[in-house]
Design a protein around this ligand. Structure first.
Ligand SMILES: NC(=O)c1ccc[n+]([C@@H]2O[C@H](COP(=O)([O-])OP(=O)(O)OC[C@H]3O[C@@H](n4cnc5c(N)ncnc54)[C@H](OP(=O)(O)O)[C@@H]3O)[C@@H](O)[C@H]2O)c1
Length: 271
């Protein structure tokens, strides 16, 4: 039995089919979700989705298994205004910053799962964290997890209070890593390498080390120690990078704390 049997029978509604909605849809269809079971609501739907058998901007099914909300947070109120009351439908939101309480104002009795995915979902390599409201059962969480597994790995949170930290770490994290690539490339240029070569070396080093860190059984700290000979070049570099006062650890703590604080401020409605 597929994870999507109930959805294929009752339907799934996807509101917003841009970068994240489109990435999820691609993953679901690849994993056996029938295009005819999907109703996409997106006034500006990209042409690539026009002829694959989806129900586009059509009437909603009476009792869909899942409603997935993937519009920008600032468009959420408008999008919710067009969704009728649902009876037994799991509501899944991937919108950064929009709280479960906000969705409960629109869907008073619904099971709701809030998800924070990240950009590598576009290539099926994302990491999503999810948390449900009081009405979300284990089966609802399993279904949300199956849906998000189509674009990468999934972790479950103990409570919504952890969402700002997740957003600051894995949600914003890809941008930190992109900047790490920029910084490593700039450092290579400073040591005399041509710009193109420095960028290629930095990009593939981050990609390869990341893949190795995911693939290996060992902890990243063990992998690091394995490539650090006493008195060698890596040790000399790490002595600077790992400096407890001026190195990466305190800088990363400040970086993630600033992002989490911004998430809390946005949650309080600050601009
Ligand atoms: N992209 C990511 O990596 C990422 C990561 C984590 C979370 N998210 C979350 O995912 C959500 C979507 O982000 P995104 O990057 O996919 O944005 P996006 O590419 O702009 O996609 C949103 C889509 O929704 C459409 N839309 C706008 N108003 C609508 C409405 N009232 N009803 C139905 N569809 C509507 C947009 O159409 P138009 O373009 O015509 O306005 C667009 O196609 C956001 O809430 C974001 O926080 C995204």
């Amino acid at each position: 039995m597929s994870d999507f049997d109930d959805i294929n029978e009752r339907g799934l509604v996807l509101v917003g089919c841009g970068r994240m909605g489109g990435a999820m849809l691609k993953g679901w269809l690849a994993r056996g979700l029938e295009p005819g079971a999907v109703t996409v609501i997106d006034p500006g739907l990209a042409p690539e989705w026009r002829d694959v058998g989806l129900r586009v901007n059509a009437d909603l099914p009476a009792d869909p298994a899942v409603l997935v909300l993937a519009v920008k947070p600032q468009m959420m109120a408008d999008a919710l205004g067009h969704v009728p009351q649902l009876r037994d439908t799991l509501v899944v939101s991937v919108a950064a910053g929009t709280t479960i309480a906000t969705f409960e104002e629109s869907f008073a009795d619904a099971p709701i799962v809030r998800v924070m995915p990240n950009t590598p979902a576009a290539i099926g390599q994302g990491i999503s964290a999810l948390v449900g409201n009081a009405r979300a059962t284990e089966a609802h969480l399993d279904l949300a997890q199956a849906l998000m597994s189509a674009v990468g790995r999934v972790v479950r949170l103990e409570g919504e209070h952890q969402m700002d930290a997740v957003t600051a770490l894995s949600g914003s994290g890809p941008a930190y890593v992109f900047h790490m690539i920029e910084a490593m490339a700039a450092a290579g240029r400073a040591e005399g390498l041509p710009a193109d070569m420095a960028l290629e070396l930095a990009r593939m080093t981050v990609a390869g080390a990341g893949a190795l860190a995911v693939d290996a059984d060992e902890d990243p700290a063990v992998l690091r120690r394995n490539v650090t000979s006493p008195g060698g070049t890596t040790a000399a570099g790490l002595e600077v990078l790992m400096d407890a006062e001026n190195g990466l650890p305190p800088l990363m703590v400040r970086t993630v704390a600033a992002a989490a604080e911004r998430g809390r401020a946005l949650g309080r409605g600050e601009k």
